[in-house]
Design a protein around this ligand. Structure first.
Ligand code: 5GP
Length: 191
């Protein structure tokens, strides 16, 4: 499919520095990257804005969109009980505008997307070590111990799945990691 390469799928355990990398990529990537806004049934955190950070939906609204086949993929993430999904309309919106879509999803979601778009640029981001990871997660100070433990467990499971991604990038040095991803995207655009 012609647009496949204009799709970037990014995953990585919480604490792998994903959000910082994403902010940098949206500004610095050598291709016009736009964030695909996911839908979720999770309640908004303070500062989060509907339609910008997520499309915040009730379970009923989510189920209705599922029934209407509006999702490219969806998953219950971190065994949280909350559903997250990529709306097909987000990719259409971005591609129609001639841009590249950046989708940040868990490994389950990434797997579904890679099946549908085998040419997508899939990147798995890792922190340098599990200890580093835990410390980043804790330093955010927004999660309860139970949530942290669950996320660490998910992270360990996710790490095992990193091999299914086309690229793996270690975020031990932010500038280097951003540069590495920019180089990947540049190479893809030149193809
Ligand atoms: P948070 O609740 O911290 O905003 O997000 C938790 C995780 O949900 C993210 O790190 C990401 O891996 C996953 N996620 C966000 N949006 C989607 C989506 O649309 N689909 C899937 N499968 N996972 C998502």
């Amino acid at each position: 499919m012609e647009t496949s390469c204009r799709l970037v799928v990014l995953s990585g355990p919480s604490g792998s520095g994903k959000s910082t990398i994403i902010q940098r990529l949206l500004k610095e990537a050598p291709v016009p990257l736009r964030m695909s806004v996911s839908a979720t049934t999770r309640p908004p955190r303070p500062q989060e804005i509907d339609g910008i950070h997520y499309h915040f939906l009730t379970r009923e609204q989510f189920d209705k969109r599922l029934a209407n086949r509006e999702f490219l993929e969806w998953a219950e993430v971190h065994k949280s009980g909350y559903l997250y999904g990529t709306l097909k309309s987000e990719l259409t919106r971005i591609w129609t505008d001639g841009k590249w879509a950046l989708v940040e999803v868990d490994v389950e979601g990434a797997r579904s997307i890679m099946r549908e778009y085998p040419e997508a640029v899939s990147i798995f981001l890792t922190a340098s070590s599990m200890a580093e990871f835990e410390s980043r997660l804790r330093s955010r100070g927004t999660e309860t111990e139970g949530v942290i433990q669950r996320r660490l467990q998910t992270a360990a499971e996710e790490l095992k799945l990193a091999d299914s991604y086309r690229h793996r990038v270690v975020n031990d040095d932010l500038d280097r990691a951003v540069r590495e991803i920019c180089d990947l995207l540049g190479a893809c655009a030149a193809r």
